[in-house]
Design a binder for this molecule. Sequence first.
Ligand SMILES: Cc1ncc(COP(=O)(O)O)c(C=O)c1O
Length: 429
Amino acid sequence: MEDDLIKRAGEVLTAALVMHTDVVAARAQGIYVEDSHGKKYMDFSSGLATTNTGHNHPRVVEAIKKQAEAFIHSGCIFRYESLIVLAENLGRVTPPGIDMFFFSNSGAEAVEGSLKLARFVTGRKGIIAFTGGFHGRTYGAVSLTTSNIRYRKNYLPFLPGVYHSPYPYCYRCFFGQKRETCSMDCTEYLERLFKYTISPEEIACMIIEPVLGEGGYVVPPAAFLQKLRELCDRWGILLILDEVQSGMGRTGKWFASEHFGVLPDIMTVAKGIASGLPLSAVSSTKAIMSKWPAGAHGTTFGGNPVACAAAIATLAVIEEDGLLENARVVGSYALERLRAAREKYPCIGDVRGLGLMIGIEFVTHGRGPYTEGLKQIMAYCLGKGLILIESGVDKNIIRLAPPLIVKKEEMEKGLDILEEAIEKVTGSC
Ligand SMILES: Cc1ncc(COP(=O)(O)O)c(C=O)c1O
């Protein structure tokens, strides 16, 4: 059955769209996905960091059913309660001052909307993004994306006016610095960009992931993000924080920026916002949004009534079930255990993360990327019923991103499987 479906998919679905596993799902509930043979998998990918409340959370499903029975679509022809209630409720958990929204469908769409908003409001054209970042695949978004050349190859020309500056990936510092003696060459690079390449007065916005997602689950030094805030304030540049992956409780706080004490001017939200229904948001302050006049941006499907109802329920579940606290507690346990594992297994080069957004970087003896080894480790884990996904330019980093409902015992079981895989597959790494 599964082989047949996979074969048929090959006939009708473009190979450009890659599936992370060959699992064919029959149903999914909580942290589990079940295939047609009844084999159960623990989904530690959360469907690409999206099912933060778990698959098919009963309260989310109930809200979807209720809204679907009333009506499914508006297309901006009429207003509806779920759209407005969602904006009100989201505004209560977003960083201070971020309380106006434009709802769209995907992360990339929210990025596009944010770029348009920043250019419109500032009247400037320049955009600064950070090397290693992932912001999506539509043309504006992919012009920013540099997490892997495969997203960019053969797509020239990109959006003009985009400049890249290194993301502070301290384990593999672009400038060869060591953490202990770091002199923040990454911020100096930006200052030089302004002196040599592009005047800061022509820059509309800087866009950055507060924790790098696809690029390898990298946590930047707080001082770096604080410096960006300072440069933006100095030059009248808008700071866009792309929280598509790091938001909605993934890091143990509603939004990752809270860990760094940095406020955005514009923020993107998607993935976890509606527990898997397509929904995203361009979020900003009233002062900025009020400069975006009627008709400057629009959508047919964005803010779909059913997706909004799912998002309202998602916010309530995260709050009422204490999922931020759970992400912090189970995440700390995982980090502690993985840091101990790093001492035991030389192929684990680095362990980093916040909440349940944890990166495990696999290396060879010479600290090169242990890509092939990780592929085998992940295949072993899949065979044992654990779904993991990788990240990083060399695909040598596990991104551990289970649903925020994951219990400590389930995390323990997942990490037991992972350690077993490391021993079995790469005993001599
Ligand atoms: C930080 C970030 N921004 C934007 C996107 C694009 O989102 P989508 O795939 O929904 O277009 C992603 C997707 O992984 C992401 O992680």
